[in-house]
Design a protein around this ligand. Sequence first.
Ligand SMILES: Nc1ncnc2c1ncn2[C@@H]1O[C@H](COP(=O)(O)OP(=O)(O)OP(=O)(O)O)[C@@H](O)[C@H]1O
Ligand SMILES: [Mg+2]
Length: 342
Amino acid sequence: MIDEMTTVLEPSPLPDFVETEYIKDITKRALSYIKAGFPVHFRGPSGTGKTTLAMHLASKIKRPVVMIHGDEEFTTSDLVGGEYGYRIRKVVDRFISRVLKTEEDMVKRWVDNRLTVACKYGFTMIYDEFTRSRPEANNILLSILQEKMMDLPVGRGGEEPYLRVDPDFTAIFTSNPEEYAGVHRSQDALRDRMITMDLDHFDYDTELAVTRAKSKLSKPDVEMIVNVVRGLRESGKCEFAPTIRGCIMIAKTLKVQNMTPSHSEGFLKMFQDILASETSRVGSKTNQDRVKEIVRELVAKELGIGKTIDVGKKAAESAAAIETVDSKKEKKESESLAGVSG
Ligand SMILES: Nc1ncnc2c1ncn2[C@@H]1O[C@H](COP(=O)(O)OP(=O)(O)OP(=O)(O)O)[C@@H](O)[C@H]1O
Ligand SMILES: [Mg+2]
């Protein structure tokens, strides 16, 4: 029992959590699905707040939480439980006190894993990035979500070969889209048993509020950062769109260095380092140079007139200009990239 309990988290509000209209709306809808008895699944690109939202939702449900992270190496027993280790017994001879015998008996001990614990006690389970586990490891979830029954392996003992899932049990899932590296296709049957909410990058107000909360930077400085990152994202010219993590990294770096936005080379380089690294998987030079050039233009524009009105359009123009210069080279590169990811 104590072993089981060590993996359980207390539901508590997250530090620095920001609740904008956008977040409130998603939370409200998700809670209504859960109330109706359906598991909720947040699906979306990296940095769209899925894990944070799942934890926020769990804190609203107010039941203890168990968290599972999807893993390629997972088997069903990593979720359900298994026979782990064996017991060691010390035997003291009462008649000759100097005799101390250690006996190892080979009785294996069954230990329930997190999914079984959550089903048994009616806890909230967050299964983060569940499509990183192989589909067959997740099959156990089919009957849990539909029949509210959990099949138990014979080794566990007990009178019944199955466990009745506690009515308070709630499941929240998150996943990245299928084109991400290391992600399996989710089974149709499993997806069919949950309500999937597709998330996209945050709206402007939320991106601003989250970056401010995380960095404690002034509003105009945060606005400047968010404008540049959103401009780069909307340009559509990155291998990976920059996420809110880029905004947070830049803002925190500015804060610790006690820097303010300026025309200095150091300020621009910091933007370029962070955004070029965040948006590229293989680090190809052409991609990085292109991103750096767009960032240079966006930063210059922000510093020049203070507030950007048509950042997306400007970024698209500058990207188009760059594209015509090295379009041939670029085409080759994207072909080879497609080869890698396919
Ligand atoms: N409502 C919020 N309030 C405060 N911070 C937030 C909020 N939503 C997201 N964040 C922050 O934004 C960042 C990205 O969020 P999160 O990790 O939840 O994204 P994700 O979609 O799970 O990304 P990934 O797919 O890469 O796991 C984190 O640093 C997180 O702390
Ligand atoms: Mg996540």
